[in-house]
Write a protein of this length. Structure first.
Length: 135
């Protein structure tokens, strides 16, 4: 079923209103959907941290408490207890009380695989993580 031009324009307008960033780069060229998702992910992180850098957040008292919570827990995917990293499902709750709920423990190798899977399949980190763990 063909959509009229006005329906297509309205769909684009709704999409732009709902997004934080216009899906065009500085030169006015369109960017890929995956790049837009990546921009939104890091934009959420930037909003939550303000002027602080992500590395300084990882050294904060708040993050130390989250690390202590996950200490000794096995990888969610392979149940390994070695080389555990804490993986953010989303950066939406960064620096808040809900941040711990949006993190899971993954071993170093599974963590790398999740990020590669998200990039290869053009998925958000949350969706990619859920699909990766269930597979």
């Amino acid at each position: 079923m063909n959509k009229t031009i006005s329906q297509q324009r309205n769909k684009i307008r709704r999409r732009r209103k709902s997004s934080f960033i216009n899906p065009k780069n500085r030169r006015g060229k369109k960017i890929l959907i995956s790049e837009t998702k990546l921009i939104h992910t890091y934009y959420n992180r930037k909003i939550r941290l303000g002027k602080r850098k992500y590395k300084s957040h990882l050294k904060s008292k708040h993050w130390k408490e989250i690390r202590e919570f996950f200490k000794g827990k096995p990888c969610t995917k392979c149940n390994s207890k070695e080389n555990i990293n804490i993986h953010h499902l989303t950066y939406r709750f960064l620096g808040t009380k809900k941040e711990r709920d949006s993190c899971i423990p993954l071993c170093k190798y599974c963590h790398k695989d999740v990020h590669e899977y998200a990039k290869a399949e053009d998925l958000s980190l949350m969706v990619a993580t859920k699909e990766f763990i269930l597979s």
